[in-house]
Write a protein that binds this ligand. Sequence first.
Ligand SMILES: Nc1ncnc2c1ncn2[C@@H]1O[C@H](COP(=O)(O)OP(=O)(O)OP(=O)(O)O)[C@@H](O)[C@H]1O
Ligand SMILES: [Mg+2]
Length: 470
Amino acid sequence: MQGTKAAIKETGRELPHILVVDDEKSICELLEITFRKEGHRVEVANSVDAAKRKLESQIFDIIISDIRMPGEDGVDLLKFAKEIAPDSFFVLMTALPALDTAIAALNSGADRYVIKDHNHIDQLRRAVQEVSESLRWKKEAGYLRRELRRLTGLDNIIGQSPKMRAIFDLIQTVAPQTSRVLITGESGTGKELVARAIHENSLRAQAPFITINCGAFPETLLESELFGYMKGSFTGANENRQGLFQAAHGGTLFMDEIGNMSLTMQVKLYRVLQEGKVRPIGSTEESDVDVRIIAATNKDFEKEIAEGRFREDLYYRLSVIPIQLPALRERREDIPLLARHFLERFRKTMEKPIEGISPEAMGKLEAYEWPGNVRELENTMERAVALETGKEISVRVLPERILGYGGAAPAAQGIEIPEEGVDFEKVVASTERFYLQAALEKAGGVRTRASEFLKITYRSFRHYAKKHSL
Ligand SMILES: Nc1ncnc2c1ncn2[C@@H]1O[C@H](COP(=O)(O)OP(=O)(O)OP(=O)(O)O)[C@@H](O)[C@H]1O
Ligand SMILES: [Mg+2]
């Protein structure tokens, strides 16, 4: 036992647990000593019956069993093991090499078949080594998968505001389905994070999640990226290449910045969505693709459609389930939560003993407009953690634009409430109207421009314009 512990310590991981089954006691002893020396935990059984009892009470990574034994034989044990412990690796040994037993062994699902000759110990050793390696990989892959899920799952999307809670509910409802999702929201609101969370919580979680930034490619390149191409179909096509649609088969394709896609590509994409088939450039063959599309954009689709830059038919195909992510300033109650979340993260990676955020600094963070949304807050916190030398994040490490920000509410000094009071709704409405008119004038009557001057979406502009009959 001493040796076992030492070996485990040395390698820093636990070695496979082995069961040796043979009616010949000397063989059992030899194998037991051999593998114990290497640091394994080893159990022996001298009959199939004894082995079964061990299998019922313990978990083994490897079972090494003789074939010929009185009573039930090794193949019977193998069948039993496949039922009760299908993950364990099974090695059958035989003293008499006979073709029929070898075939029987492999047919019944043995992982290895070893003949007991002068070097069978070496062969067994090698098999055990291979299993150790693959167990280690399995463990690591499982760990990585769980870690990835933790990083991309819902837990990692921070927010407690009613708006974010509604988004979480929506994600959970739509994830298991295969319907297309269109995520809209300003830059940095977490569109990619949400797309990943949908994939990770879907039945396709084990299949690929592939991202393409449609805004980053010129038209022809985007087409070959998405659909693939055949050798010789254009200069530079030196080999057949599959496209991202084929690569994402069975999984999810996240098409980011879809609002930047050219009209010609939009037609091609529409056809793929309509028919569920993809044809690589230069090929005459179409192939079926089963891909869930999640698209995202930070553009205002109504405006893009109104101005002829996005096809309405494609928009309806894509937005079976629309998810609109709120800007950070529309859910200010999440700012402290997010700020602390990022503080926690950067303080760990930068190994700094910062314990919190001063009330004054938090006040500034909460008052700011955050045009870059969560991403801007994340960057701000990273910078603040890097610069801070004290125990808490102070205003000194916040950027000028945040410190100098006047806050959303203009100073109340300019406003006077007369004795008889004011008609609040009317005053505000007329102010709204003034601003709309002024913006329209400045924009020379172009509504989309006017909405930009007012920093509202075209959709909101239309809403206000209708309200004031402009
Ligand atoms: N609710 C959230 N909780 C925690 N982190 C978030 C949240 N929303 C966004 N983030 C983080 O902010 C950054 C920006 O998010 P993401 O890339 O998903 O935004 P986006 O909407 O795709 O932006 P863009 O339109 O600029 O591509 C990422 O680092 C992401 O992890
Ligand atoms: Mg993005």
